[in-house]
Design a protein around this ligand. Sequence first.
Ligand code: BTN
Length: 249
Amino acid sequence: MYFQPVKNFDSLPSTNTRLREMLGEDPALPGGLVVCATSQTQGRGRFERKWITPAGQCLTFSAMVRMNVPAEYLLCLPLVTGVAVVETLKQLHIAAKLKWPNDVLVNGKKICGILCENVSLSGDAPPAAIVGVGLNVNLPVEIAAEIDQPATSMLIETSQKYCIPGLFNVLLEELDDRVAAWAKDGFAAVRQAWLANTDDMGMEAEVRGVGEIFPGTITGLGRLGQLIVTDHEGQPREVLEGDVKVTRK
Ligand code: BTN
């Protein structure tokens, strides 16, 4: 297993932040280290959005990927991680879907968020990527309702409570397999699996990218996992970063 050891904490501000601090303290830290917390007080999403992690209700961890791979591979790590989450949920008969770049949805509501952050280090040290995952496991409906976007949990979807450590083992194994394949072949290793688990291809969407907002149709994925959205002039445009809101199914 690449993803070990796992360091468990009761409460942390943010597992991503903790892993980044550990790397700052010891730049030689090997890849594979995983930090897991029962709750977070300052959980973060993309664009510094707040991520709620009430004690004992979510699977919350960050894993360090530090491999000698081409830098361009890093762009698709959220997609690789998303596939691992969807495959894990499928094993439990929960039909989850991927939304580019980093969301996992069930019945159109967010069940899992992924935050990948790259850390550059001086010298010849290989770059490190921190892969943060927040999966709503036993989150009750009244807490999900407080989240500022439609949210759900495994409990809400199935009326069953889940053992978080058991689920964590399954997800880590899945992530291990997917990351090993990615290290070899980059995005090509998960392209088919990603496309097979999204409903968004061919949909109308509004793209809010860096410095641009435009409507278009989601038409594919690029070589590195970029989203291809064809604008109203018929021009396929590559989206590397941003939010994509499906406006019509
Ligand atoms: C998003 O949806 O924008 C991403 C949410 C990512 C949340 C996880 S929880 C574990 C890790 N620690 C954080 O502070 N964020 C990520």
